[in-house]
Design a protein around this ligand. Structure first.
Ligand SMILES: NC(=O)c1ccc[n+]([C@@H]2O[C@H](COP(=O)([O-])OP(=O)(O)OC[C@H]3O[C@@H](n4cnc5c(N)ncnc54)[C@H](O)[C@@H]3O)[C@@H](O)[C@H]2O)c1
Length: 390
């Protein structure tokens, strides 16, 4: 029962071939949250799997107020009319959103675009009846607006960095739990919001980032890439800027990102990229999942057999939902703080929680010998859905 999604809505665009789905996996306190992605390969099954993962993620987030949901649109996010397609999808699904399905951004969809469209539709931040009547939540929404529009951290907008910095915290905690050496080497797939901020944080912590793959290829340097330069010069939609490559950088097809020797491997782009055809090629001893559902169940069996530890997606990348949770539901009250203190308070709240949950999983796995994903799923099974607030 608990593993069936509560609600799945399907949409067909009238102007293009785009299709979309919205899945509320479970409502907790009549509310659920998750992102909207846009990519040509999105399917209904993928949206349901992603919504399910969100249910686990809110549990790992210790949320008493929110369950998991997800939306996905099968369309090219680079198409000139991608924003129009997003607008039509959100218009069609507005009644569901208004019932307490709080939809944000994800792969190929900027959160600020979603917020602008929801504002135009007169929804703003989706809320339950109880939230609408709670002045404390109103202050939380004002604070959220400030965090989204005004606050920055390490030169990134807060919503662009929080997930990546959380992933970096998970990687650091898991690596320490494994007794790993300092200055461990890292290869990442994806250089978007999550990938770029994640490598920035890891670089700040002293890790050596030796490879980054984007949609165009893999850039690799065994002595370490110049992360501040690559981050500062990155192109829109998470593309590396080749003008910033040094002479000693090597370029490979992006399919080679997971075969190279490294200590920590981080998928931060697409789902199912680690599968039965390539999992055996992984040389890293730690896989840190920044993307949602990047590993298939067949690949998990191979990783388990090969002794590769996994810091699972629904803990490592929960930063994007924790910031919302912490600010709107008043776990972190920033109204009387300076911008700098507010940003630091939000980042500390997120990274402390991710470190704590990562430590719990790795400690338990050490004790019982179970695969880390099995431990994480056992510890953070989502609650059965309650209903929307109509
Ligand atoms: N943005 C968030 O806050 C957030 C939160 C939780 C999870 N995630 C997950 O993290 C992943 C990345 O999200 P994002 O917001 O950084 O997306 P993004 O759109 O900003 O960036 C996507 C990146 O993936 C790269 N990419 C696309 N196809 C590729 C391929 N075939 N090979 C290598 N790289 C490829 C793109 O070049 C880009 O660098 C997604 O799986 C998303 O669901 C994001």
């Amino acid at each position: 029962m608990a593993n069936k999604p509560y609600l799945v809505v399907e949409w067909n665009d009238t102007e293009t071939d785009a299709k979309g789905w919205m899945c509320a996996y479970n409502f907790v306190n009549h509310y659920c949250g998750g992102g909207t992605r846009m990519h040509p390969t999105v399917t209904k099954e993928e949206v349901i799997r992603l919504a399910t993962t969100m249910g686990y993620k809110y549990k790992a987030c210790e949320s008493l107020t929110t369950g998991g949901c997800k939306a996905g649109i099968a369309y090219d996010y680079k198409a000139p009319d991608a924003l129009d397609v997003l607008r039509r999808f959100l218009t069609a699904t507005a009644p569901v959103i208004n019932a307490g399905v709080s939809i944000g951004g994800d792969l190929g969809v900027d959160y600020s675009d979603v917020l602008r469209i929801l504002d135009d539709l007169g929804i703003g931040i989706p809320q339950t009846k109880a939230m609408k009547e709670d002045p404390d939540i109103h202050q939380g929404i004002v604070n959220h607006d400030r965090a989204e529009k005004e606050l920055t951290y390490d030169g990134f907008k807060m919503y662009d960095m929080i997930t990546g910095y959380g992933v970096a915290a998970a990687a650091d905690e898991a690596w320490k739990m494994k007794g790993g050496k300092e200055g461990a080497s890292v290869i990442i797939q994806g250089f978007g919001c999550v990938g770029a901020s994640c490598v920035n944080s890891l670089n700040n912590m002293g890790y050596k980032v030796i490879g980054i793959a984007d949609v165009n290829g893999l850039v690799y340097c065994k002595d370490g890439l110049d992360i501040p330069k690559l981050v500062a010069t990155r192109l829109p939609k998470g593309e590396l800027n080749k003008e910033s490559f040094e002479d000693n950088y090597e370029i490979y097809p992006n399919s080679q990102w997971l075969e190279k020797e490294c200590d920590i491997l981080i998928p931060a782009a697409l789902e199912d990229v680690i599968n039965k055809d390539n999992a055996d090629k992984i040389k890293a001893s730690l896989l840190v999942e920044a993307a949602n559902i990047p590993t298939t169940s067949e690949a998990d069996e191979i990783l388990r057999k090969n002794g590769v530890d996994v810091a699972v997606d629904f803990i490592s990348n929960l930063g994007g939902i924790r910031i919302y949770e912490a600010v709107i539901f008043r776990l972190v009250k920033i109204e009387n703080m300076s911008d700098e203190d507010a940003a630091a308070a939000i980042v500390n709240d997120t990274t402390d929680l991710i470190r704590k949950q990562t430590r719990r999983v790795f400690e338990e796995s050490k004790k019982t010998g179970e695969f880390t994903r099995d431990v994480a799923r056992r510890l953070f099974t989502p609650d059965k859905s309650d209903t929307p607030d109509m």
